[in-house]
Each structure stands twice: as structure tokens, then as C-alpha cells.
Design a protein. Structure first.
Length: 503
């Protein structure tokens, strides 16, 4: 606080629940006592990653600055723009905002950022996790170069360090705790749970009934699981509410207020409630899912045991979560005890690894079978050689009718009864592709000299029952006529019918 009051840039690194919010609110109140806000030109800006955290910072300003005549504008999503625009038009000393909504007001021309004297970035590591770092960089470039920057984070990843190097000028680094430790006042426990979802929910209910719980937050990794756990606990008589990012802002605010005042004893939530929320006297934390990142575990259990109070945190662990638990224990530099006894490593871990390997083998085997099946299917028409020989030996009647015109035009005359077919002279018209069936009926008869007289060439006489419907080979004793090459006397019946000349 002395460095912030003196106007220097500050880099604050501390674990959750140590009072970082008050450490920048109080110096800001002292710096803003002199001066006056102008319309659409706020004097200070506080960026928060979530709506709940921004609303909580606004409450701190109302409590700590009740004797200071400072106006505060809260710019968060899920709320109408009209009320926020009116506050900005009247003039706001302090703007507390999420990055997305702040940029929306700036692009609409409702907010000017060239009068900012103090910038506060709270929960910067959470900004990184939620993908807000590009927005934060853009906002920092819009602010005056002579501003004071107060930067707070619980952890310092490399990306956050790069942001500090770019936008802080010789900051005073204040670190009061090692990176991401858990508070010593929190009792941590692990409990074995089955892999199936129904058994896991039953293990959660058993754990909640065995322990004397005043109020508790139940954390899930996915928003979908938040809804499932919420409905399951309601069916079994628990007084529970839900909180996740897809809810309307009014519902989220009402749910948090009900949990704070005790109307709701249990709160099923996603990681939106894991960072920065100051809910007093939360007695228990239940991790329905093991967090993916070990740092998230520290922030989740940090909702209890705040300000020196005692807390309790229990985590359901399935066999597939053992690797994540080991990563958490390495981060905490301690082993977390088990409620129902230490699991046997030879009993859980090998089974999990074998199941993963077997699943991979089954998947690869099914994939190879699909590839083999598709390959044989693609090569199927060319592989059954005996069937093609059988068709060439006189079983053409089993061929589909729609293939007959193509076969009649594409195949050369075949020998019958051991006699070679008559030699065909080259014909340029035969080289060209034959016209379709409908055009052939109009164009071919005029070229044939004998198509005018039928002489008993009826469909029944030309293609009697039991014979192939396509062109038969010419008789060996009668050579083919030159009028219709390749057909001889055996002209199909549809070509011998008289055709009305076209108009």
C-alpha cells in the first residue's frame, strides 16, 4: 500500500484470500480524493476477469469508500447498456469492468480512456486462462502512458510475466507467499469414487451426509455436469443452487446472494466461482471433478478457510484421476490424505493404464477392420473373376437391362459356335460415342435401308421369351449387311417400327 500511495507501479503476487482487493482499493480512494470526474472520462479503471468478481470489487468500493463522494460505474455483460451509459454520461471516478464490455462501450463512443490515471488488473492469471490477454493488451495501449498500473495475480506464468514487462514501468514486486500454496487452515481429503457417473454422484451424496456441513460449494469441470449434479441433489432433498457461465446475469447474482445469506446451503458451480469470490464462512468445498490444472485446485479450495478461518476440502477421485492428483500434490509439496484409505497402486493405476491401452487396441482394430472392409468393397467388382467368365459364356440374360445399350455399343461382335465374327471395316461414326437411347430411336432408322418393311419382325419374333434381350451375333452363313454395320439382318424390333418424321 505505501508504494501504491506513492504512485509507483506495483506487481502483487499472493495466494487467494489474503486481501489483495483492499490493497488497491484503499490507495485508490486516497489518490482520488482530489479532483473531479468528467462525463465519459473516468479517472481510474479496474479490470476483472468475471462478472461476479467485478461486482464484488464494486461492493468493496461502496463499503470502504462510503465517506468518499466517488461515483462508481460497473460495466459487465448480461446487463442492459442504458443504465451503464447514464452513469458514464454523469461522470464516473472509477470504472470497474470486464474487458469485453469495456471495449464494447469504447467502440460505441460512450467511453473515453485518455483520462485514466490508475489502472488495476486483478486476477491476471485468470485473465490468461479465460483468453482475455489480447483484450487486456489492447486496452493498455489505449490508456495514457503516464498512468499508474497495479497488477495483481496469484501465480506468474510466462505469459503474465511478458505482460508485466511490456506494460509496467519498473514495478515494485511484492510477493508474500510461495507460488500457489494452499492455506494451512484448510483440511484436505481425497475420497475414492467409481468411474460411472451414477456411482460418482452417489459417492458425493454419501460424503455430504457423513460430514457436518454448514454450507459448501461443489465444483465441476464442465457446465453440463453442473446442471446434472444440481438436478441430482435436488431430487435427493438437498437445498442446492447452480452457478455457471451460461446463466443469465440476474440469475447468477440472485443465486450468489441466496448463498451468501444462507437461503441456499449448497452451490454447484463451475470454475467461474473459483477465483476471487469472497463468500464469507464457506465451511466446505467438494470437488466433484478433479481440476485439469493444479493451480485451479488451489483456487477452488481457497473459497474456504479465508481470513484465518478453518475450512474443509474433499475431492472425489476416480482411477483415471490419479495422475492429476499426483500433479496437485507436487504443486502443494505435500501428500493429501485419503478418507477411506490409501488406494493400492498395483490395484488402481495398472488397471487404468491397461484399460486405456485395451481401448486403444480395440479402436485401432475396429479402424483397421473398417479400412479393410472399405478396400475390399472398393475392389469387389473386379475380384470375382468366375462370375465375369460365366456371363461371357452365355449368362448375359442376368445382366441389368439398363446396361444393355452400353454393352451393345462397346463390345465387338462375338464368335458363335466356333465361327469367327465377320470382319468390320473402320467406320468413323463407330469411333464416336453412340447417341443415347432416345436419340438412337429417332436417328438410326432413316440410315437403315430396310427399316421400312417389318416382314414379321415383331418384338415377339425378334426377342422370344427366354433369349437375351440385347443384340445376338450374326449367323455364320449370312454376312452382315453394309447398311447397319455390326448388326446384319438382326435389327432390334424397336428400330423397325415406323417413326413419324419430325416437324
Amino acid at each position: 500500500m505505501p508504494h501504491a500511495v506513492a504512485g509507483r507501479d506495483v506487481l502483487g503476487i499472493a495466494q487467494t484470500g489474503t486481501g489483495k482487493t483492499a490493497s488497491f482499493v484503499l490507495p485508490m480512494l486516497m489518490r482520488l480524493e482530489r479532483g473531479r470526474a468528467r462525463a465519459r472520462m473516468p479517472r481510474s479503471l479496474i479490470l476483472a476477469p468475471t462478472r461476479e468478481l467485478a461486482a464484488q470489487v464494486a461492493e468493496h468500493f461502496e463499503i470502504l469508500g462510503k465517506n468518499h463522494k466517488l461515483t462508481v460505474a460497473l460495466l459487465i455483460g448480461g446487463v442492459s447498456y442504458d443504465e451503464q451509459d447514464r452513469k458514464l454520461d454523469r461522470g464516473a471516478d472509477v470504472v470497474i469492468a470486464t474487458p469485453g464490455r469495456l471495449l464494447d462501450h469504447f467502440e460505441r463512443g460512450k467511453l473515453l480512456l485518455n483520462g485514466i490515471e490508475i489502472l488495476v488488473i486483478d486476477e491476471a492469471d485468470r485473465m490468461l486462462d479465460m483468453g482475455f490477454i489480447p483484450d487486456v493488451e489492447r486496452i493498455c495501449k489505449l490508456l495514457p502512458f503516464t498512468r499508474q498500473t497495479l497488477f495483481f495475480s496469484a501465480t506468474m506464468p510466462s505469459e503474465i510475466q511478458r505482460l508485466v514487462d511490456n506494460f509496467l514501468h519498473r514495478p515494485e514486486r511484492i510477493e508474500i507467499a510461495p507460488q500457489a500454496p494452499a492455506a494451512t487452515t484448510i483440511v484436505q481429503r481425497l475420497k475414492k469414487a467409481p468411474d460411472d457417473a451414477a456411482g460418482k454422484r452417489e459417492a458425493l451424496r454419501v460424503l455430504m451426509r457423513e460430514i457436518n456441513v454448514k454450507n459448501a460449494i461443489i465444483f465441476c469441470n464442465r457446465k453440463k455436469d453442473v446442471g446434472i449434479v444440481h438436478r441430482s441433489l435436488l431430487r435427493h432433498g438437498f437445498n442446492v443452487g447452480a452457478l455457471h457461465g451460461d446463466m443469465d446475469q440476474h440469475q447468477r447474482t440472485a443465486t450468489l446472494d441466496a448463498f451468501r445469506n444462507g437461503s441456499i446451503a449448497f452451490l454447484a458451480a463451475s470454475d467461474v466461482a473459483a477465483r476471487g469470490l469472497d463468500i464469507p464462512e464457506v465451511s466446505h468445498i467438494f470437488n466433484y471433478d478433479v481440476p485439469i490444472h493444479p493451480e485451479d485446485y488451489v483456487h477452488r479450495i481457497g473459497r474456504t478457510g479465508r481470513a484465518g478461518r478453518e475450512g474443509f476440502a474433499a475431492t472425489l477421485v476416480t482411477p483415471k484421476d490419479l495422475k492429476a492428483i499426483r500433479a496437485i500434490e507436487r504443486l502443494l509439496r505435500q501428500d493429501i490424505p485419503w478418507i477411506d484409505g490409501q488406494p493400492n497402486g498395483a490395484d488402481l493405476a495398472p488397471q487404468t493404464e491397461e484399460r486405456e491401452r485395451s481401448n486403444g487396441r480395440q479402436w485401432r482394430g475396429a479402424r483397421s477392420k473398417r479400412h479393410k472392409g472399405s478396400g475390399s468393397h472398393a475392389a469387389g467388382p473386379a475380384r470375382p473373376a468366375p462370375q465375369s467368365n460365366e456371363r461371357s459364356a452365355g449368362s448375359e440374360s442376368r445382366k441389368p437391362v439398363q446396361q444393355q445399350p452400353h454393352e451393345r455399343r462397346a463390345q465387338p461382335p462375338k464368335a458363335v459356335h466356333g465361327t469367327p465374327a465377320p470382319r468390320q471395316e473402320p467406320n468413323p461414326s463407330a469411333v464416336r460415342s453412340a447417341p443415347p437411347h432416345r436419340e438412337e430411336r429417332r436417328e438410326q432408322p432413316p440410315r437403315a435401308p430396310h427399316t421400312g418393311s417389318t416382314h414379321g419382325h415383331t418384338p415377339a419374333a425378334t426377342a422370344p421369351q427366354g433369349t437375351p434381350a440385347h443384340r445376338p451375333a450374326p449367323k455364320p452363313s449370312q454376312p452382315a449387311r453394309s447398311g447397319v454395320r455390326g448388326m446384319g439382318e438382326h435389327v432390334p424390333a424397336f428400330m423397325t417400327r415406323s417413326v413419324r418424321p419430325l416437324d
